[in-house]
Ligand binder design. Structure first.
Ligand code: HEM
Length: 409
């Protein structure tokens, strides 16, 4: 039991998720301290249980690349961040919460849809969607004050929503329905019943859509292609559809809005991108590193005793890999606390690492690159419409970001 690993520290055990400090872009100071002082630290979860927290780049890569650590939330000891998250992860699991060989069998059915070549082929369509959203926003069709808008609502959220609905073959009219349920599912504070209901709603919706597509049998979208796999049950298809929707929706949206905010706060870096848009590709990697929106850690449970960071993690003990702390590890990223759009940030862990590394990353990259290009080209005078201190951050969500981003141009 990690609680007894260091009895003198028992009263000082950190509760996770920990609070951020003064800079809302920086990881909680307690994680950064742990990275330097106690790289494998026992920490306390919402229910009082104790798990391990890892914070160094090298240790997290080791764990996420090691098959002795399981992503199966049904195994005793798997660390959860709330009752709601536990309920969710243990219900009708998708392959993000499975181990190989089942994980590989299901993931393989989607890899063809998410290769770099596919994402590149989608670039013109993604660009057209982004340009339409920008035009609608600047023409004030939403009834906003002229020259002002909430960038989250008008641009950052609808862009990935439209793209994932397009890929899955989900009619866009149903987007508001999705939005609401998906954000409940991703909340760290939503109650058990709320999360259960949201999940059941989405599951029922996808099953209905699957039935409709089964009858049509000619659509060329991901759900329709999954239907044509003989060895997939409707439950498996629904779980995969849910995973893509939820994983592809709020992640890219929050990354877009938070990136814009970080750049508006750093006129030097913003100026570099405006002067040389070829820097945008690298800037997206640096922003992924610097902001690391999956900020409450990537969870695993040990299936055997494993030595990590000078400690023995016993079979059945949980591990939280704090990729936000690892992405600020000076051992890998000198000057890690500074946003530098010219940096080579490719070793970042913002998409995870190992067999579960983000399936959607080529798509996410294309969306983020296009979003920044279109915004910087289209809005040369983009700025915040409210003081920075009034921006509402999503501290309580699994995916970090801002709830709204009032901008002016
Ligand atoms: C997995 C981050 C966008 C689909 C992951 C994981 C991370 C992550 C950290 C690993 C979870 C783990 O190991 O337990 C992100 C970030 C995104 C993003 C930061 C945007 C900036 C997307 C998009 C899609 C997607 C656009 C799909 C349309 C997935 C899927 C998995 C995954 C299916 C599970 C892979 C597996 O278990 O094999 N993502 N993601 N993600 N992501 Fe993403």
């Amino acid at each position: 039991d990690p609680a007894t690993a260091d009895p003198t520290a028992a009263t000082a055990i950190l509760a996770v998720p920990a609070s951020r400090g003064t800079c809302p872009f920086d990881p909680p100071p307690a994680y950064e301290r742990a990275r330097e002082e106690e790289p494998a630290a026992p920490v306390r979860l919402w229910d009082g249980s104790i798990t391990w927290m890892l914070t160094r780049h090298q240790d997290i890569r080791a764990v996420l690349g090691d098959r002795r650590f399981s992503a199966d939330a049904n195994r005793p000891g798997f660390p959860f961040l709330s009752a709601g998250r536990r309920a969710l992860a243990t219900m009708n699991a998708s392959f993000i919460r499975m181990d190989d060989p089942e994980h590989a069998r299901l993931r393989r059915m989607l890899t063809g849809d998410f290769i770099v070549k596919r994402a590149e082929a989608l670039r013109p369509r993604i660009r057209a969607i982004a340009e339409d959203l920008l035009a609608a926003m600047t023409q004030g069709r939403s009834g906003e004050r002229a020259g002002h808008a909430d960038l989250v609502r008008e641009f950052a959220l609808p862009l990935p929503s439209l793209v994932i609905c397009l890929l899955l073959g989900v009619p866009y009219e149903d987007h508001a329905y999705f939005q609401q349920r998906s954000s409940t599912i991703l909340s760290n504070t939503a109650g058990l019943d709320e999360v259960r209901t949201a999940r059941a709603d989405l599951n029922a919706y996808i099953k209905q859509l699957t039935e409709a597509k089964r009858r049509r049998d000619e659509d060329d979208d991901i759900l329709s292609r999954l239907i044509r796999h003989d060895d997939l049950t409707d439950d498996e298809i629904a779980a995969m559809g849910m995973l893509l929707l939820v994983a592809g929706h709020e992640t890219t949206a929050n990354m877009t809005a938070l990136s814009v905010l970080a750049l508006l706060r750093d006129p030097v870096q913003l100026g570099r991108l405006r002067a040389d848009p070829t820097l945008i590709r690298g800037a997206v990697e640096e922003l992924l590193r610097y902001l690391t929106i999956v900020h409450t850690g990537v969870a695993r449970v040990a299936t055997e005793d494993v030595e990590i960071a000078g400690r023995t993690i016993r079979a059945g003990e949980g591990v939280l890999c704090m990729i936000n702390a690892a992405n600020r590890d000076e051992r890998v990223f000198p000057g890690a606390g500074v946003l530098d759009v010219g940096r080579d940030a490719r070793r970042h862990l913002a998409f995870g690492f190992g067999v579960h590394q983000c399936l959607g990353q080529p798509l996410a990259r294309t969306e983020l690159q296009v979003a920044l290009e279109v915004l910087l080209e289209g809005l040369p005078n983009l700025g915040l419409a409210v003081p920075f201190e009034e921006i509402p951050f999503r501290h309580d969500m699994l995916v970090y970001g801002v709830r709204s981003l009032p901008v002016a141009w």
